[in-house]
Write a protein that binds this ligand. Sequence first.
Ligand SMILES: NC(=O)c1ccc[n+]([C@@H]2O[C@H](COP(=O)([O-])OP(=O)(O)OC[C@H]3O[C@@H](n4cnc5c(N)ncnc54)[C@H](O)[C@@H]3O)[C@@H](O)[C@H]2O)c1
Ligand SMILES: [Zn+2]
Ligand SMILES: [Zn+2]
Length: 366
Amino acid sequence: MRAAVLEEFGQPLVVQQVDLEEPRAGEVLVRLEACGVCHTDMYTASGADPSGYAPAVLGHEGCGIVERVGEGVMLVRPGDRVVTLFSPQCGECVHCLSPRTNLCMAIREEQNKGHLPDGTTRLARGGEEIRHFMGTSTFAEYTVMPEIALAVVTPDAPADRACVFACGLSTGLGAAMNTAGVEPGSTCVVFGAGLVGLGAVAGCRLQGAERIVCVDLSQERLDLATGQGATDVLEGGAGTVERILEMTGGFGADYTFEATGNVNVMRQAVEAARMGWGLCTVAGVAGKGETLDIVPRLLITGRRVAGSSFGGVKGRDQVPQLVERYLNGEIDVDPLISHKLELDEVNRGFELMEAQDGIRSVITFA
Ligand SMILES: NC(=O)c1ccc[n+]([C@@H]2O[C@H](COP(=O)([O-])OP(=O)(O)OC[C@H]3O[C@@H](n4cnc5c(N)ncnc54)[C@H](O)[C@@H]3O)[C@@H](O)[C@H]2O)c1
Ligand SMILES: [Zn+2]
Ligand SMILES: [Zn+2]
């Protein structure tokens, strides 16, 4: 099959012919239909992530059709449309059994090493091992993944829309709906209007927030935030916290969300949370070694800070529900898909992202 391989950090991915083995026990062969290009792919390709490895097939925002299943697979059937989950749901570990987190423990260690759960890879090239990325490797015509890392979505869901629920969009929606659990009538502030921030704006709206302020540096993106339900938009900068305090009678917001990955913005998000009960949810991924600097008094006086991985979404249960809400017209995905690319143009997807040209580029497979 053809796949985009990270050969060398800091260099363009190389689309080429690679070998993919049949699925083993508990594994599934998926034919990709669509895949979003996300920052984490670019971050790893750049070499900035110290835990990255090469050669590897990148990509983790996939949607496709189950082609074949390995021994003992119970959760999916050939023909199912599935969204890939870098954050699986085994349903049995101590975290899956708790309603308080989505951080499944089942396959973490091997996934981080670029292996499938049995410690080996299905990807190779002339006998040389190629590693899997985030347990997904969806910049490819096919992928082999554990069944616990596939969410079965309705066949009515168009793959080129459903794929963004594999990462960024669900992360933002879930940050508002699961992690924060925004209450109706609340005032919310979302910092960042990329896919994650726009998802958080939509999540606040779905939860019945009364006021949703979105902060970004780009007017074009703020317009998209209005389309997702923001009631107010603000250009970000040094005076943002003061502006938000002014807008909220001096108190700050019930819920704030950070979706930029910038630790200074994280700090603003904490400072813009209301005294007494304001909850700041951090979704952005900061650079290695960076720290969040906040005055502890802000916490004593009732503000709280929470982090959110994949929006606290338990993937196999909740991704299908979110996709249903999209099909019901509750989530407007179309404006978030800016470019359609072919696999051969994957590096162009990185260029567009770097230029902040559109929210998401999606690779589609014929
Ligand atoms: N927690 C998770 O599971 C998870 C999943 C996916 C992505 N992420 C992270 O979430 C973050 C956002 O992802 P994205 O895909 O939406 O990224 P993005 O780059 O598309 O969006 C970030 C936005 O922040 C804005 N911004 C930058 N500086 C700002 C400032 N000072 N004030 C206000 N806005 C500012 C930018 O203009 C941009 O629109 C990234 O750090 C990403 O790595 C986390
Ligand atoms: Zn991602
Ligand atoms: Zn689990």
